[in-house]
Design a protein around this ligand. Structure first.
Ligand code: PMP
Length: 368
């Protein structure tokens, strides 16, 4: 019998939809998912093994449900790198920032409620909205991918969304959102709501500018979401976290699964946080490589969006998908996000970036 998803009584809004996922192709140079190209340094690998061995001795017990030690270390990392003091009560952690965002929408979104994002942006925001039964509103951007503030303020006033997403630096375009714009959106959201404003800072360590953490001061409806997947080079770890008013941390407890963060995950993340200095050194190298990609692509005649992230959006192609395929034929996987005319490349090692810059010469013919 041929039995598929559509034969199951799945929720109406999930019918005919595809799961999120970039192609995982086995090619020599993979620059399509904004991962950090540097494996964790050997001393850190050793430290993880040590910490996990200790944790293994207690795996008969549930882990620390509140992840207090980990949240304390994350708070210290945020304080040290931003100069803005946050404590353990301001920080919450989960399995990747995707889970953080899901918990936030389970808490502040849900059936009968809506969230707005300014697109193109991180497509999981809309998908997590769908998964949590939250209505999705696609807000506007200018042609150059900056947020159209006047239109955004109007959209917030008209729709009165319960959650406002701001991604800075934005994925897939790479540009950062000025703090004044975030402040204006926060004000608009409070006037229409009050509603929660979630600033997704997954790529902030790669930015020329600073984290918006200091904006938390006096703004209890603001949440900053972060991850160890990018700057810490630990996408496989699955550790995301947020900083916000302690009341927000209390609120997400209402939806989190008990013991959601395994003892192995907590031990691994704690080990990584002991090696922040080395890992942030890699971030500096990646920033330099990102800047090199921007300037070499521009010198090669491509249009490039200003990037504050570890990736670069470039174009413009008459047919971006054909250009994507041609680059892939040269053994380099970049990302086609379906934004007409544009492709995105993640900054890799200098050698990987050289391979990409070599391959990309072949697609100059597709530039419109
Ligand atoms: N936010 C943004 C803007 C992202 O690009 C990503 C990953 N691609 C995430 C959040 C989720 O990252 P993770 O779940 O690995 O923390």
């Amino acid at each position: 019998m041929n039995f598929g998803i559509d034969d199951l009584p799945v929720r109406d809004e999930l019918r005919g939809k595809s799961p999120y996922g970039a192609p995982q192709l086995d090619v020599p140079v993979r620059l399509n998912t904004n991962e950090n190209p540097y494996p964790l340094p050997e001393p850190l690998v050793e430290r993880i093994a040590e910490r996990v061995r200790e944790a293994a001795r207690n795996l008969n017990r549930y882990p620390d449900r509140d992840a207090v030690e980990l949240r304390t270390r994350l708070a210290e990392y945020l304080t040290d790198t931003s100069g803005y003091e946050v404590g353990v009560a301001n920080v919450w952690a989960a399995n990747g920032s995707n889970e953080v965002l899901q918990q936030l929408l389970q808490t502040f979104g849900g059936p009968g409620r809506t969230a707005i994002g300014f697109e193109p942006s991180y497509s999981m925001h809309a998908l997590i909205a769908r998964g949590t039964g939250t209505g999705w509103i696609s807000g506007p951007r200018h042609e150059d991918f900056t947020i159209d503030l006047a239109a955004a303020e109007r959209a917030i006033a008209e729709n009165r969304p319960d959650v406002v997403f701001v991604t800075t630096p934005n994925n897939p375009t790479g540009n950062a959102v000025p703090p004044e714009t975030v402040l204006a959106l926060y004000e608009a959201a409070q006037a229409a709501g009050p509603s929660m404003v979630i600033v997704d800072e997954a790529y902030i360590e790669f930015s020329h500018g600073d984290s918006l953490l200091p904006l938390l001061d006096g703004r209890p409806n603001l949440v900053i979401s972060r991850t160890m997947s990018k700057a810490f080079g630990a996408a496989g770890l699955r550790l995301g976290y947020l900083a916000a008013h302690p009341a927000v941390v209390d609120a997400v407890q209402l939806v989190r699964l008990p013991y959601h963060l395994s003892a192995v995950t907590q031990a691994t993340a704690l080990a990584a946080l002991e090696h922040t200095g080395t890992l942030l050194g890699y971030v500096e190298q990646l920033k330099a490589e990102r800047d090199r990609l921007v300037s070499e692509l521009r010198a090669g005649g491509f249009e490039v969006v200003e990037s504050d992230a570890n990736f670069v959006q470039f174009g413009r192609f008459d047919d971006a998908h054909k250009a994507w395929q041609r680059i892939l034929d040269r053994g380099v996987l970049v990302r086609d996000n379906g934004i007409p005319g544009w492709l995105r490349v993640s900054a890799g090692t200098p050698e990987e970036n050289d391979a990409f810059l070599d391959a990309v010469r072949d697609v100059k013919c597709f530039v419109g």
